[in-house]
Structure formats: structure tokens, C-alpha cells
Design a protein around this ligand. Sequence first.
Ligand SMILES: *Cc1c(COP(=O)(O)O)cnc(C)c1O
Ligand code: SF4
Length: 473
Amino acid sequence: MNVRAEASPKKLDVVQSGAREGGRVKPAVDPATLEHRNLRGGDWWRAIPAYADVDEATFIDYKWQAKKSITKVDKLLATVQELASPEFIEDVRQGFAHAPMAVRVSPYMVSLIDWANPETDPIRRQFIPMASELLPDHPKLDLDSLHEQADAPTPGLTHRYPDKALFLALDTCPVYCRFCTRSYAVGTDTEEVAKVSLKANADRWEAAFEYIASRPELEDIVVSGGDSYQLRADHLEHLGDRLLAMPNIRRFRFATKGPAVMPQKILSDDAWVDAITKIVDKGRKLHKEVAIHTHFNHPNEITEHSERAMNKLFERGITVRNQTVLQRGVNDSAAAMGLLVKRLSHVNVHPYYVYIHDLVKGVEALRTTVQTAIDIEKEVRGLTAGFNTPVFVVDAPGGGGKRDAHSFEHYDRTTGVSVYRSPNVDRDAFYCYFDPIDELPEMGRERWADPGQHAAIVAEALEAANEYMSQRR
Ligand SMILES: *Cc1c(COP(=O)(O)O)cnc(C)c1O
Ligand code: SF4
């Protein structure tokens, strides 16, 4: 439809004068496209009976948020008892009984869930399991699917890529996400999983520093966990000082989900914010970049509190980038992902990556296909600045590292097997990713239903990838 043909004479006039200058004036936008500027504000949390008397000063106090974070299933259910149906409550109780992750939800997260529709709420889906949503795990899943432990020269340090390494400094987080890739280590033991210990321990840290200093090719460290939010300000500074003092280290990042799940800490924990500012400033003088990488998954997670927190970091010259996980029923539509990207940009957070969901125990219903990722990427690219447009990546199981979702050598949409190469990790290896089986066409689902076919499914995909490679040689 030609919108301009329907424009009023006045608008037509504008169009014509635009045309005279050689331009083409776009029609007025639908106000819905500006939705990213519409951030939740006021004191919305008071709608939750448990927080009805909590004033803003209390709600933005990070100590209150941490103290009131819910770590017991019964406590969580009691908090929302009056808001949700008995069926929902029972479904969640059963869901937690099978969950590999411990519970920890901040009052802020609880308050952002739409309790009139918790079944479909994108934040509920990330933190609170329902037994009725549970799907069988993919037969190709194993617990450390990213080979982080296998690639570790010292405990908690993964050196996979040529010039960068991942340091898991500690094993706790301000919240626990049910889809955590590191459920092998993060959080307390659950009935399902006994964890590998990665505590913030001085000897373990020292071993990691010695290794990093001993490898001249290492220039870039990702400090993660667990979550850097949980580090004490003096530990944070110690870590920063140690890394900045190494001549080989040119840049590092602190990874934290904190800004997404508890922006109140940035607004009220001056010691932590001052510590990170000091490291960033010291780094800048040394011409080394220190940034924060965070993890927003849905536009509803960006509120006025987030905006105030991000503005504070921005004023201090701290770069914040975002890594999202693509999740079914959370952000697996062009509309949700587009709004997330625009809203992140609005609060000066650079959308950096969108991860295709890793194979993680107990969350098959959150995974999507590689094709879904590719379709959404097409819709998102071009929406805004290129530097605010995330790259959609698969973290290839078996230690292949991050690969551009499009860059497979072969992708069988019937069996859901995609095959990637990762020349900087291993020039000769193939790495396979597996779409969730329930999303496959019937023929694919039938083949996976027969365990006798599994080896053949993988062998076929590798054969096809090999063939494609040899044709190009
Ligand atoms: C993600 C990751 C990095 C950092 O990779 P970037 O693409 O630079 O963000 C480094 N090491 C490991 C093991 C990782 O998983
Ligand atoms: S914040 Fe990150 S490391 Fe912690 S539970 Fe969530 S996904 Fe895992």
C-alpha cells in the first residue's frame, strides 16, 4: 500500500518539498514504535501484598533487595499465594521438585511478573519452573555442555580462544536463573545436582592470576561466575588491580546479571559502584578498557530504576554491553527482541550478543531452533544503529565457542542438527548443535524417538558438512 497517496494535502506538501530536495519523507510513525521509551515507573511493586507498605527508599536499597530475595520455594509460593490460582501454585511446587537450579528471586523480579497471567509471563518463565512445562531433555545433552571444565588449566579459568579467557571468580549470583549454563557450579546443591565448588577463594584466584600472567597471548579476560555483583568492593578492586598490572592484559569485562535483576544496587551500593569506577578510571589511564557485560532478556526488565542505574554508570564513563539468551515464550519473536534492542539502546546499553539457548538440563521448553534465531535476526537487523544490533550466536557444544548462527556448514531442519566449524579453536573439528525435538517436523521427532537412530542422525549431518566442505575446496 502506498501510504503517501493517502496523506492529507498538508502532508503531501511536505512530501513534495522533500522530493524537491531529492529526499523522500517517511509517513508519520505509529506511536507503538516508540514503545521502548515507555519505562515502568512509580511504585508498581505495591501491587504485591507482601510489598504493599514498602516505600521507594526501601525498595531501592540493595540491602533490602538482597535480604528479601526469596531462596525457599515455600516462601516464594507464600508471597504470591493470594495472586495466583491454586493450580498454578501446585504446578510450580512440582516444577521446583525437578529443577536443577536453586531458587533465588529478588523482590524486584517478583514485582515485575504479571501475576494476572503468570503462566505466560516472560520473567516468570525465566525464574520459576512449572511442572506442566517440563519437556524431556535432549538425548545429546551433558551437564558441562560447553566444556568449560575440560578447557580449564586452573579451576574456574577457561582458556579456549587464542587471546581471551573466562575466569569464574565465584559461584553465587543475585538471582538464580533456571536456565543457567553453569548449573554444574552456580548456586547451592539441589536434589538434582551436587555442584562443583568455585568459591571466591584466595588460592584459587592466585592460581588463575599466575596462569594469566604466564601466557603472553592472553589480552582479554571475562570475569564471570557466578556474578561479579556478588564480589565485595575490596575483592573487586584487588582483582581489577591484579589484571591491570599485567602488561599482556589489554582489556577485561565484569559479567553480571545485576543491572537486569537488581539495578537498585547501582543506585544504593556506593562502595561497589565506586570500586568499579576506580578500576575503569585506572584502566583508562593505562589505555586499557574495562567494561560491564550484563544480561537483560526481556524489555519488561528495563524500568525507570534500570534507566537511573544505567545513567549513573554512563555518567561515570562505564561501557555496558548486553548478552541475551533467546528463549521460547520469553523473547522469541521479532516484536519482543526488537523492543528489547531498542530499549537497551535507549538506556545506553549496547546489545552485543543473542545466544541460541545452550543445552541445559530441565529447560528444554525454553530452547528454540537455530532457524528461529535466524528469522528473528533478519527482522532485528536494520532496526537501529549497527553497533546496537546484536550478533546471534550458537555457543557450540563440545567447546567450539561462539559461532554466528548463520555460519553453519550444514543444517538439517528435519533432525534439527546444525554443524559448525571453529577454526580458531580447532581447525579440523566439527561441532553440532541440536534444536529442541518438540519443535521439529514430525519426521524428525520420529527419528529421535528411536535411540537406535541417534548415531546415524549425527553421522549424516557430519557427512553432509564434509561433503559441502570438499565441494568448496
Ligand atoms: C564467551 C567467552 C569468551 C568471550 O568471548 P567474546 O566473543 O569476546 O565475548 C571468552 N572465553 C570463553 C570460554 C567464552 O565462553
Ligand atoms: S545470573 Fe548468570 S551465572 Fe547466575 S544463575 Fe543466572 S545465568 Fe547463571
